[in-house]
Write a new protein. Sequence first.
Lengths: 423, 368, 176
Amino acid sequence: MSGAPFLATEHWWDLRDLSNISREILEFLDRVGPDWLAYVVSPLIGFVAAFLLFVLPSQLFVGVYGERRLIGRMQSRLGPNRVGKFGLLQPIADAIKLIQKEAITPRGADKWVMWTAPVVFVAPAVLVWAVIPFGPNMVIADIPVGLVYFLAITALPVLAAFMAGWSGNNKYSLFGAMRVVAMAISYEVALVLGLLGVVLFTSTMSLQAIVEWQREHDIWLVFLQPLAFVIYFISASAELNRTPTDIAEAESEIVAGYLTEYSGMKWGLFYGMDIGYALAAAAFGSTVFLGGWSLFGLEEWVPPWLILVAKTHLFYFVFIWTRGTLPRLRIDQLMALAWKYMLPLAAINLLVVAAERLWWHEAGLGDGIVYLFAAANIALALLLVVGWARVLGYRPERVPTRPRLVKHVGGYVAPGAETGGGR
Amino acid sequence: MTEIRSEPFVVNIGPQHPSTHGVFRVKVTVDGERIVDAEMVMGYLHRSIEKLAEERTYTQNIPFTDRTDYLSSMSNNLGYCLAVEKLAGIEVPPRGNAIRVIMAELQRLASHCMAIGAFANDTGAWQTPVMWTFREREKILDLFEMTSGARLTCNYMRIGGVAFDLPKEFEPACRKLLATFPSFIDELHGLLSENEIFIARTRGIAVITPEQAINASLSGPMLRGSGVAWDIRKADPYCGYEQYDFDIPVGYNGDSYDRFIVRLEEMRQSVRIIEQALDGLPGGPYRTEVPLALRPPKGEAYARVEGPRGELGYYVVSDGGPAPFRFHIRPPSFINLSLLKEMTVGGTVADAIVALGSVDIVVGEIDR
Amino acid sequence: MIEGAGPVAAFWGLSALTLLAAGGVVVSRNLFHAVLFLIVVFLGIAGFFLLLSADFLAMAQVIIYVGAIAVLILFAIVLTPRASRDNAETRMAPVALVAGVAVAGLLIPAILDAEWRTLSSAPALPVSDLGRELLGVWVLPFQLASVLLTAALVGAVVLVRSPREEREEIDEEERR
């Protein structure tokens, strides 16, 4: 990147690339302190910066406040609007309330496990941000296996949820624990297979390199891998327990699932970090599928981290939207969706990608071919989604959505009988 | 091959549970997620209304009927007043009857709004349908407030007619509501009836065959959902229902989805009835004058109305005194619940919640 | 060998953590706690892999052992009747002790006897090389393992299918 007039410079005050500041600090520490100091401080700076600049504000004001306001709009009500201007201080008021509430530990509960579960739940939510690239230089740890790292870290909260459900000594909690584990295992398989398609195309597992690949080829992976994107979205919302798939804390069925016995800030940690995970999933999804911090050249004019933040919040908005609209699936239906529907589709997708990739490289085709692949894959994805549903015996038009109308009382009205009513 | 079995255990759904619609309890025995046995436990909201009513005069009993099924107080008022009028041989003027029809049908709209919203909530549609239906229900309650002064427990019907005449701003307000209501029903139809997840959750769940439904003496949307065309408004007309043109919606298989679409269609039919009643609203008195301390002749009377939940019957016995000798309510949701075990056993816990939601219970009416 | 204060501290810290957790697995009376300790052991081992610059292996360790195997064990505990009796009344302790001593007797001489090649710098092992090796030289064992796992999966499905479900399925097909 050079030559353009508005390029990010290397001055510390250039906010378009926030890594300048941390580099300045680290160079200063290197000069004055022992050489290990910079090593210890650099990840801390990264996490603190990522948290203070992005995660915490997003969590509080987009996750807690924005989500509630938006859902309020969708439900034709106002949402929080009392505390502070427009109710903006509501998240803080909530936090204060949660902290001073009593954290009850029921008699008969496994006390230690119950107290450790929120901690186990919070730690991965922080660690996840290590591999998300916010800009060309703004990534805490650009490890070559960033994608696998993300998957590994997000496997941990399942354990915390299970611990929470088991330790509460409550049957509803146990239900929630069993559901969360069953669902996490099922959706992990489809998720990994779907993401493999992405890895095959880009032939790298580093998130930074995936963004660079999308920049170089001027195409987002969502167009090349629409099926993988859909699978990612559904799996992510299943693992995050968001509404169409929130069977683990299904309020109308099992009260609050694995959180039934939690109260006060112990519950608050779960609630807050749920939003943190949703944001992380949105950031990861926008990095892998939506071009990350790049926006077809605009990243040279606008701070790249702002682009990523905008994309993340847009992605998160879709989570909110589905939450405000859809009813919940039953557990066996969710399992069927994962194993009978998404898993075969992901496998087919993988085969298609492998064939395309092989053809591309063996035949030595130019980079322009990706647009052809994109068109082909979008068509194929639509075909597969509809076709596989047909294979599984789904016929939408068979379901009448209006009842029959009868003019006169009588006994049982057999199907196909003359009803005499009209509309 | 021997069957691998897990250990069954008992889960109490209720009395404090988000989906029991009040203090109602189902003791279910589950094997994993599958229900092998279900036992209903009720009586947490028993207030002894039937006995209390034997100590009050006939007019004083009207507010009690508000509090049995608090989601359809107008229908309850109406059922009770009809029973007493039958007992004492009182005629209601035509205007009173038309107002009663309008109120009863508005009440059906309000109650079905609640039923559909709560049912959607039970399937896990996170609060959105219930908020939308509550928005519309509020408009109906505004109309009730305009006429009776109360929103929930209206206490509006009187023996011999209604308590007050319709205020003059009622008709335009009601017409405004009726003009927007069908589009709201279409909205709900789009949000829920045609929603794949909603269909997947409710279709084929808690099936009641027509034989079962008739044997268990079900009524209302529960019976019609099973495909039985039965409606007291047509079978045993009261308040001049025979002059209005409307249809009875009936379902196909008797599953939860059918009960839902029947309720939705009933709302459309109610709108039709109210429009006709408003168009042909007669003048004249709205109430026959009845002595305050009414002493009906010795005898007994049973009057029934098609409440939002089904056949709502009031049975009153008089010994010639100012208070009923015996007072009994036939609560539709209590009798509709009698098939709950058959509806839930064999399904999952999630299905049980949907089954319970599709019955549309009001615990105040079950326990009385 | 390991150089610098950081890696040394990390090595000893991880060793202590792993060993303590392993002790916890053995000593813990509560089955559920034992599994939680086992998870800490897995995480510790992942840490060792990281220390050896084998980051892909570390991630795989976390995904497979923590994310899948430990969770499956937990699931098995929940689904087991009388899991709450824990391992207090078990009579397998002497057998386990003998088996443990036997394994240790095999492994410790082997470890002491082996000539460990030490590298001055960790080789960067790209994932692509790993994949090429797996699907090239080691393709047969790789395939065998996959077939074995698939067979186990199918076997598990067949085992847990109850006769009632089978009947229901046949009925459903007939209805169609």
